[in-house]
Ligand binder design. Structure first.
Ligand SMILES: Cc1ncc(COP(=O)(O)O)c(C=O)c1O
Length: 453
């Protein structure tokens, strides 16, 4: 059960099917174009969508909005330092700002950033720094159905080869958990080995630690030798392996805005701090209000509580089991922040060019007011100049991200019921075709329309 009770509630809209059909049409069949008042259950993102605790709200009232040297900064810094052990801690407004600042200081044009899987913004910031992002997920990640416990691991053989050259590697980034790779965790054994290989080549080893607590929990549950450790101890052991970390605190600090860049190297920190001041804000606020810094400090303590993490993992497992009982495949084993539906398998009557993942995301909205995002050929596929899909994505998935402390078990059971209803006649779900799409980040802006089944 959830280890909290509800003190403040927010009504959620429940539209009729006809209203949802009209809303989807008006949105150009793109869930990103829907408004909050049209959505019953929003599973688009787990980022910045969590519910604050009473303690966080109380801390916010103590927010010190002094421009330089605010008390709130020191509380934030101490919370991050005691969690991570890093000496130099820069607040930023969200994770991608930390990426931009760090990669700007680390990556020279032509160099590589190597990762288990770069998150989209991480990849974009590598490219903006003139580098190339290379993903080296472990081979087990390719089998969506297997229960291998750590499919978020990096391929150690491929990492060693990449570090040998010929192209220079500027940084190795381990994303924990691996959001781009199905939300799968990274084992401590893999982190230790990757850190050792990377160090041997004198290359900085950085964690993208947005979901550090969830990774720690899954290590405790799944990795031999770690079951008697606390989430704080596991998280600290991971940070101890790294030269620094970037983190979006909109996930595992359960706040609406915030991030950090934390480093050991004082010279690198000084260079990053100059860019921070120029682009985010003074080093003691970095684009955040004092009240944000206070809420982060409290959230970082709350997120490592075993009762909270157990309930969060339990929500994902419960939803996963109901979905599978309805005969719908997910990427296994279930992680914690999101479940990934195998839309390609469920809507096997559709070709990749009919965007089965996107079609399922549209249907989830029309059938039940559930909003979620496609991770398939609409997002990752490549078309030629005539608009014909020439390179489909490897998988046609739909991501159901689960906001922290926001929805109850019965909300998630409702989601499973809607999925089960769709699964009774999947062949009635129409495919989609592109009507208009900008060249960059098209999944955010494109418009599509249903094609007759
Ligand atoms: C693994 C990972 N890294 C970085 C980011 C970027 O963080 P932000 O959205 O705070 O800029 C995200 C956001 O979803 C993420 O999941």
């Amino acid at each position: 059960m959830e280890p909290y009770r509800i003190k403040v509630v927010e009504p959620i809209p429940v539209l009729t099917r006809d209203e949802r059909t009209a809303a989807m049409r008006a949105a150009g069949y793109n869930p990103f174009n829907l408004n909050a008042d049209q959505i019953t259950i929003d599973l688009l993102s787990d980022s910045g969508t969590g519910a604050l605790s009473a303690a966080q709200q109380a801390a916010a009232a103590l927010g010190d909005e002094t421009y330089a040297g605010a008390r709130s900064y020191y509380r934030f810094r101490d919370a991050v330092a005691s969690l991570t052990g890093f000496e130099h801690i820069l607040p930023v407004h969200q994770g991608r700002a930390a990426e931009r600042i760090l990669f700007g200081a680390l990556i020279a044009p032509g160099q590589l950033s190597v990762s288990n899987t770069h998150f989209d913004t991480t990849r974009a910031n590598v490219h903006l720094s003139g580098g190339t992002a290379v993903d080296l997920p472990c081979p087990e990640a390719a089998d969506l159905d297997s229960d291998t416990p750590f499919k978020g691991d990096i391929d150690l053989v491929a990492l060693a080869e990449a570090l040998e050259g010929p192209t220079e590697v500027a940084v190795v980034v381990m994303t924990i958990t691996n959001n781009g790779g199905g939300g799968q965790p990274v084992s401590m054994a893999n982190l230790e080995a990757a850190a050792a290989i990377t160090r041997a080549h004198g290359v900085p080893f950085i964690l993208d630690a947005a979901r550090f607590a969830e990774n720690a929990w899954l290590v405790i549950q799944r990795e031999p030798g770690w079951s008697d450790k606390t989430p704080t101890e596991v998280a600290r052991a991971a940070f101890d392996l790294a030269d620094g970390a970037v983190a979006s605190l909109k996930k595992d600090a359960i706040v609406h805005m915030g991030g950090f860049l934390a480093l050991r190297d004082p010279d690198l920190a000084t260079r990053c701090e100059a860019v921070l001041i120029a682009t985010e804000g003074f080093r003691t606020y970095g684009g955040l209000a004092g009240r944000d810094l206070e809420m982060i400090a409290v959230g970082l303590e709350e997120v490592v509580q075993p009762d909270y993490l157990r309930a969060r993992a339990g929500q994902a497992e419960h939803l996963a089991s109901l979905i599978e009982k309805a005969g719908v495949s997910i990427v296994r084993p279930p992680g914690m922040h999101a479940l990934y539906l195998n839309a390609g398998r469920l809507l096997s009557h559709l070709t990749p060019a009919q965007y089965p993942g996107h079609a399922l995301a549209c249907e989830l909205y029309v059938a039940g007011g559930i909003r979620c995002a496609e991770l398939g050929s609409l997002y990752l596929g490549v078309e030629d100049e005539t608009g014909t899909l020439v390179k489909p994505a490897p998988y046609e998935l739909v991501r159901l991200a689960i906001p922290r402390r926001t929805y109850t078990q019965s909300h998630l059971e409702y989601v499973a019921e809607v999925i089960a209803e769709i699964a009774t006649s999947p062949e009635s779900v129409p495919g989609q075709r592109l009507v208009s799409a900008p060249p960059l980040l098209r999944h955010f802006h494109c418009r599509t329309e249903p094609v007759a089944p």
